[in-house]
Every structure is written in structure tokens, then in C-alpha cells.
Design a protein around this ligand. Structure first.
Ligand code: MN
Length: 379
């Protein structure tokens, strides 16, 4: 049994055993293929996927074919039990961008943050809205998340206070990892998405809603987001998700020419959000309005270059039904409608000690999990 990690998947990560040097591996079932030892190529004896990702699409395809042959035909290979390895950050994050591509999520937040106006702002259906985040605080799954401290101003108070966030939240997202760079000044068209994007991971965009609500006007998210962003350890190659490709929802109005796609890159991924082991939501990625190819084209439309290791995330994935919402602010509707958990407790926002896990898959291809526990604020 390979349980989501069979020959159709073969995701890449970085591992070490008993304190030896971290290096690149490929997950196959409950084992990790040691690529440097098996292929004898020093590019895999590094603690990051970046050098390999920089080699580009033709090389990614060639290595995937070799690995498939080795594992599929039982050729000589160095494999380690998954339980014996420690997983690390799979790549060095260059720039980090977060989008806002779910119409349901943007509508829900618009209703809560701006109750007296139209939920979607006028630009939303013309461009994939996004912001630049903080790449240095992207952390691997399992990293404890210290409750952030900052300025927040409750609506019933006249002046802000400073202290630990009282509205700590998560965002269920999918991340896209750029392998092949692009030159400054040259926009990347939607049709070149697969030439640049190496693979896909799961992202938890931890969010302090009280800090965010007070600081975000007029320049967007800042300290309410930048304290931590968690990613899953295995980067699933785009090739493994070829069959997951589906049309995006109908886009009306038709986007400007630079955002059009002949064959859209919607992805039929099923996601799940667990709080302390209990599933609270199942967001469907196929409902996302903007595709990752459109996000890439928009991100470079001004001539901004891509670097190996750039990470861009989809924005919170929320579907149309209440049990498909990808954040607690939506699931508990801004605190008005607390979630009931099986142990009889309720939640609006996260409490210290809470453990949050996001998982995802397409058919028999698993994206694995990203998990993190909330730690008390530092004094
Ligand atoms: Mn986000």
C-alpha cells in the first residue's frame, strides 16, 4: 500500500537521519528515496530543492522518469523508512506572495469587514488581488506558532491597545513553488505556467484578525500575517497533478487578454481542516475563481522577475456551503456563531494549545499535511 504516495505522486522534500546532513528525497509510500545516494548526483546532496528546481522543466521531467523507472521496476535504490527521517524546509523561499482568489472567501470577509457596502470591491473580478508577504517567516509543518502580539482596537473602544491577539485564525491555502526563474522586464504569460512552476504544497496562512482589521487600511496585510506561514513538507510535482486539471468557474466579466487561458489551470483538489483531530471543514479547491496560471501572469505583468524558490499562495480556499469554509472567522462568522466541537467545547478563534492540520489530495495523489500548534505569547 502506498496510500496517496504511489508512483503517480513522488513528491520531493528535504530530510536528514540522526543528525546527518539534510538532503533531497522523494517520498514513496512509507519510505524516502535518498536521491543523492541513488542517482549519484551532488545536486541532491544539498539541504534545499532550489538548485534542482532551477534546472527547469526538461530536467524535472527527466528525473521524474528515472525515479519512476527505478521504483517501478525495483532497480537498486537507497530507501529509508519515513519514521526514521526528520523532515526540513523543502526549499529556500525567495519571495512570498499571497493571493485572495476564492470568491466565497472574499465575499464572506467583505460582508464581515465592510457590512455597509458591496462585499466584493470593484477590482476583484478584473485581477487576482494579492500582497507581498514575509518569506523569512515561512516555516515547515510542525513548527510551533507563538501567539502574536500587536496593536488591536476593538470596535467598542476609542483607542488601540497592545497585547496578544485575541482573534488568532488560520487560512487553508494551496501554495505554488516557482522553479525556473524569469528575467526582469519580461512578463510570464499564462501559457508558460508549467515551464516555471515546479510543484504544489499546502499552506496555512496564520492570521491575527484583530491586528489585521486595525492595520490593513490602506496598504493591506502586514503584521497580522507576517508572524508565521506554515507549509507542508512534500512538494508535489505539477506532473503528478496533470489529471487534476479542471476548468475554473465561469469568469464574468471576461478578464483582460493577459489573464486569459486557452485551457484553464483549475485544480480539483480536496482539502480538509482539522482542529485537535476533529475535521471542521472540507474546502474544495476547484471552486477557486482565479487559476494559479492567472496569478503567475498577474504577478509578472509589470515585468517583475521570478526567482527560484518564489512561493505564491492561492488565498483562503472556501466553498459555497458553510462546512467548506477555510478559516475560523468564516466558520464561526466573526465570533457570532461559535463552532461546536465533539468534546462539548466551542471555538470562535484559536486557543493556546490548539493544534491545526490541513490535508489535501486529488484522487490517489496526496499533498500530505501541514500542521502546527498554538503556543502561548512570549512576555
Ligand atoms: Mn491568506
Amino acid at each position: 500500500m502506498t496510500d496517496g504516495f504511489g508512483l503517480g505522486n513522488l513528491p520531493y522534500g528535504v530530510f536528514s537521519i540522526a543528525g546527518d546532513a539534510p538532503r533531497v528525497g522523494v517520498r514513496f509510500g512509507d519510505e524516502v528515496l535518498d536521491l543523492a545516494a541513488t542517482l549519484g548526483d551532488p545536486i541532491f546532496a544539498t539541504p534545499s530543492l532550489n538548485p534542482f528546481m532551477a534546472q527547469g522543466r526538461a530536467r524535472w521531467t527527466e528525473v521524474r522518469e528515472r525515479i519512476t523507472d527505478i521504483l517501478g521496476n525495483g532497480h537498486q535504490a537507497t530507501l529509508h523508512p519515513l519514521g526514521a527521517v526528520r523532515l526540513h524546509m523543502p526549499f529556500e523561499v525567495a519571495d512570498y506572495v499571497d493571493f485572495y482568489a476564492s470568491e466565497e472567501h472574499a465575499t464572506n470577509l467583505g460582508r464581515m469587514f465592510r457590512p455597509d457596502s458591496a462585499p466584493l470591491l470593484p477590482n476583484w473580478k478584473h485581477l487576482p488581488v494579492g500582497y507581498h508577504g514575509r518569506s523569512g517567516t515561512v516555516v515547515p509543518s510542525g513548527t510551533g506558532i507563538v501567539r502574536p502580539t500587536g496593536q488591536r482596537k476593538p470596535p467598542d473602544q476609542e483607542t488601540p491597545g497592545f497585547g496578544p491577539s485575541r482573534r488568532l485564525d488560520v487560512e487553508v491555502e494551496v501554495g505554488f513553488v516557482v522553479g525556473a526563474p524569469s528575467p526582469l522586464g519580461e512578463p510570464v504569460p499564462t501559457s508558460a505556467f508549467a515551464d516555471h512552476v515546479f510543484g504544489v504544497c499546502l499552506v496555512n496562512d496564520w492570521s491575527a484578525r484583530d491586528i489585521q482589521a486595525w492595520e490593513y487600511v490602506p496598504l493591506g496585510p502586514f503584521l497580522g500575517k507576517s508572524f508565521a506561514t506554515s507549509i507542508s513538507p512534500w512538494i508535489v510535482p505539477l506532473d503528478a497533478l496533470a489529471g487534476a486539471r479542471v476548468p475554473t468557474p465561469a469568469q464574468d466579466p471576461q478578464p483582460l487578454p493577459y489573464l486569459r487561458e486557452e485551457e484553464p489551470w483549475g485544480l480539483d483538489l480536496s482539502l480538509a481542516l482539522r482542529l485537535n483531530g476533529h475535521t471542521v471543514s472540507r474546502p474544495p479547491y476547484a471552486a477557486m475563481y482565479w487559476s494559479p496560471a492567472q496569478m503567475l501572469a498577474h504577478m509578472t505583468a509589470n515585468g517583475a522577475s521570478l526567482r527560484t524558490g518564489d512561493l505564491y499562495a492561492s488565498g483562503t480556499v472556501s466553498g459555497p456551503s458553510p462546512d467548506q469554509r477555510g478559516s475560523f472567522i468564516e466558520l464561526a462568522w466573526g465570533g457570532q456563531d461559535p463552532l461546536k466541537l465533539p468534546d462539548g467545547s466551542t471555538r470562535t478563534f484559536l486557543e493556546d494549545g490548539d493544534e491545526v492540520t490541513i490535508s489535501g489530495s486529488w484522487g490517489d495523489v496526496s499533498l500530505g499535511e501541514v500542521t502546527g500548534r498554538v503556543l502561548p505569547p512570549r512576555r
